[in-house]
Design a protein around this ligand. Sequence first.
Ligand code: GDP
Ligand code: MG
Length: 795
Amino acid sequence: MAAPYVEQDVSAVSQMISALEAARKDKRHGGFSCKKTTFKIKSSRDGIEVDSWRMQDWDYKKKGLPTYARGLFTTKTSRNVPEIAVRGYDKFFNVNEVNETKWDVVLKNTKGPYELTLKENGCIIFVAGLEDDTLLVCSKHSTGDRSDVELSHARAGEIRLEKQLAAVGKTKEDLARELRSRNITAVAELCDDSFEEHILAYENDKAGLYLHGINLNLPEFATYPSNLVQEFADQWGFIKTDLLVMEDVNEVKTFLEDVAKTGSYSGRDVEGFVIRCKMSRNHTALPYQDWFFKFKFEEPYLMYRQWRECTKAMISGKQPKFKKHIKITEEYLTYAKKQLVANPNLSKLYNQNHGIIKLRDDFLAYKNIKGSDAANLDLLDRVVMSEVTKDVILAPIATIGCGKTTLALALKHLFGWGHIQNDNISGKGRPPRFVKALMDELKEHPVVYADRNNAQRHERKQLIGDVKAQNVEARIVCLNFRHDEETIDEIRRITQDRVIERGDNHQTIHAATDKDKYLDVMEGFIKRFEECNPNSPPDAGFDLVIDLDPTAGSRVNLETLVNELHLSLPNVLKEVPSPEKLDEAMEYALSYTPDFKHTIPDRGGKKDAKQGQRQQQQAQPKKKGLEYMSVRVGTDQIDRVLDKAFKGVGPEISRFFWQLKNTRRVQRQFHVTLMHKATAAQYPELWKRYTELHDAAGGGDAIMGGCDVLLERVVFDDRIMAIVVRLFDEENKWECVNKVAHITVGTRDPAVKPKESNDLLSKWLEVGAGNEGIQEVVFADKPTLKGQVKGVTYR
Ligand code: GDP
Ligand code: MG
C-alpha cells in the first residue's frame, strides 16, 4: 500500500493561521480562545522559529474551528511561505464524552477497519523535519528549547530518539529529510520510568518511543493507516504500538466492555484504548474522514491513581481524601506509611514520580491480591443494615435538574414511600419545618424521600443534626448525585437541556420567559456545590452513601438506587422490582409535570422566604383544569417500533429520524391526543363529556380507561414526524377529533410545535407520500399497543 501524500496548500494554511491569529487577539472570535508561543529552534542552522498554537480542551467541542489539531506548530520558509511544521491528531474524546462518541452515534456514523491501539501512558512527542534538515522534536506545546533547568519532555524525547537512530545506523538529518519529503509528523509516546513515572510500568526494554501515528501536515486531519505506521517504526527504530484490527463496530464495543471489566489486557494493566476509524456525520452527503475516539478504563486504574494521590497527600502532611475503595485504600495507606517512615528517601523520590508502581505492587504482593480484585473489594465493604425495617430517610446531594423529584416519584409509585418536597414548604424557618414534615411522614411510611438539593455542607449538617435529634434510630441514606470535575460540563449541559426542554415542550407553559434567570439559579447551585465526603463531618453522619450519576439518566439511577437499597437495607426494600416495573415507574415519573417556577433556592433570609411565598401563590392556583385528553403508549415500545422500521430503510429515508434522535428531539413520552381544550368550542358536547369523566376519575393524571392503538405508518417531512394510528376500544368511548389520529414522534426544533402534526397529515392525505417533501415508512407488522387513557392537566 502506498503512503498517502498530500502537499501543503499555501492558501489553506495561511487561512488557518489568520483565523488562529484572529482568535488569539479577540478572545470572543468564533467563541474560542487560542494562545500562541514562539520558539527559536536552537539546533537550526538557519535560526528557524516556530509558533505553537494552543486551545483549551473544551474549545475543541465547538463547531467551525480552523483546525482541530491538538499540538500544532507553524513556521515560515526562507521564502516567507507559511507552513505547518508539526501536526498532532485531531483532539479526540472518550466514549460518551461528547455526542459524537455516544455509542449509538458511533455505531451509526463510523466504518471500519477499526484499529485499536493501547492508550500508552507517557507523554506525547511529535517529530518533524524543518526546511534546513533540522529535526524538530517537541511535546504538545513546547519544543524544549527554552533554557529550562529541568529536563523537558521534548528534550528527553530527543535523547531517546538519538539513541534509537544510532541503533539503526541513521542520523537525525536523515529522519528530518524523510519526514519533510512526506509532509508528515511522526507521533510517538515517550514511556520511560527512568525519566518520569506514570501510573503504568515501563522499564528496560519496554521503555522508549512508541510510534503510534503519522499525520499529514494539513489543517484537516489525515493520518496513515496503522500498517504503514508500523512499517515506519521498524525502519526508524521506534517501538511499535500494539494494534488490533476489527471490522465490525459491535465487535469493538463488546471487546472494549469486556476488557474494561478487568482493566487488564494480555496480562498487563492498561489505561484504555484509542480507536481509529473513518467517520461521516452524514453518509449520503459527506465523505468519510479519519477519526479517533478513546475508551478509558475505570478500574483498577482509577484506584491506582487514587492511591498515588493519597500517598502524595500523606507525604506532604495533608489528609488523604478518597471516596471509593475505602477499606483497601486505608490498608494501602497504612502499609505505605510504614514504608515511607522506614525509608525517608522514598518520600522524596515518590514526589518526583519514582517508586509509585513498586510501592503499589509491593502492597498487592503483601496482600497477595491482584489489582483488579482489590478494586472489586468494595462490594465486600458493603454496609448491611438487616435490622432496619423503617424510619429511613433518603436525602439527595444534588443540583437542579439532576432528577431528584423524578426518582422520588418513581419510588413512591413502586413502593408507596413518602415524599416531602422542600419546594412545597414556604415562609419562615423552612429547614426545621422540612425536617418536621419528614418526621411526620415517617409515621405513615417506612421510608421518606427528603426532596431537597442539600448541595452545601451546612444543609446536610442541619438535616442530619435535626433528624437525629428527634429520632436517633432514623437512618439517613445519602443519594449522592456525583458532580465530578470530569463530568461537570456534561451535568450542566444535561440539566439545562432538561429544564429548558421541560419548559418548551409544554404547550401552554413557556419557561422561556424566565429562562435566563432560571439558568442563573441553576448555575448558582453548581457553583456552591460541595461534594460529599463520607469520611468527615457532616457527611460522615450519613448511614449509607449511594453514588448516582446525573449524566446517566434517571432510569439508570433508579435501578442503581433500588439495587443498592435492596442490598444494604434488605428488610426495607425486600425485593427488587422487575425491569418492566422499573420502566413503568420511570414512565410514570417522567410524565409528571412539575412546575418550573417552583425550585427557586432555599437559602433562608427574609427576602427569599417572601419570594418563596410569592412563587407558591403563583404556582398553585386552586384547581387544575383539563388541558387535553390523551391515550398514552409505552415509550420503549414506540422506540423499538421506530428503530426497527428505520433500520430497514436506506439512509435517505432514515436521515431525519436519526437527526431527531441525535439532537434529542424525539419525545420522551408518546401519546395520541384525543381532544385539546383549544377545540372545546368546536366540540362542546364531547369536551363536556371528557371533563366530567376526568373529574369522575379523580382529576389529575388518573387513568381513565384503556384503548388499543394500532400503529400503521410513520409520516414525516424535514420539520416534524408523526405516527398514523387507529384507535380501538370496545365501547367506542374514546373519540378523537383530529382528522388523522396520530402520535407526534418529534419536531426539528422547539419552534416547530407538536400540534403541527395535524398540518403535516392533512397535506399527506391530500398529496400522498413521495410528494412535496413528505415521506412515509409503513410498518410491516402494524403492531397494536395497549394505551392508557388519561387527562392531562397543567397548573
Ligand atoms: P430535580 O430538579 O432534581 O427534582 O429534577 P427533576 O426530577 O424535576 O427533573 C428535571 C426534568 O428532567 C424533569 O422535567 C424530568 O421529567 C426530566 N428528567 C428527569 N430524568 C430524566 C431522564 O433520565 N431523561 C430525560 N430526558 N429527562 C429527565
Ligand atoms: Mg425537584
